[in-house]
Design a protein around this ligand. Structure first.
Ligand SMILES: [Zn+2]
Length: 98
């Protein structure tokens, strides 16, 4: 038996008496509707655009400076530090990682 969701709601007593077949039918109805819902969600996702998300026309205007002679790469965090940030002179571990 299909459930008419537009019909006025029955009393609580009647709902308690609902048979397992009615519950199964309601679940099947719900299941058959789900692909349609997924389709709508996909359509929404395809048409949805974040404001400013298209950065294809943007260019990177940051100048990348290679490692300088007075800098070292920490062997633990792999960040480039000035030699003054080393634990000891000549060490390859920064103070943050020591
Ligand atoms: Zn480090």
């Amino acid at each position: 038996m299909a459930t008419d969701y537009d019909a006025p709601r029955r009393g609580a007593e009647d709902e308690d008496a609902e048979s397992i077949e009615e519950v199964k039918a309601a679940a099947a109805t719900k299941k058959s509707q789900s692909p349609e819902v997924d389709e709508d969600e996909t359509l929404v996702a395809e048409t949805f655009e974040l404001p400013g998300a298209d950065l294809s026309h943007e260019s990177l205007d940051i100048t990348v400076i290679p490692q300088q002679p007075d800098e070292f790469v920490c062997s633990s965090c792999f960040l480039v530090h000035h030699h003054a940030a080393a634990v000891q002179p000549g060490a390859t571990v920064c103070r943050d990682c020591a």
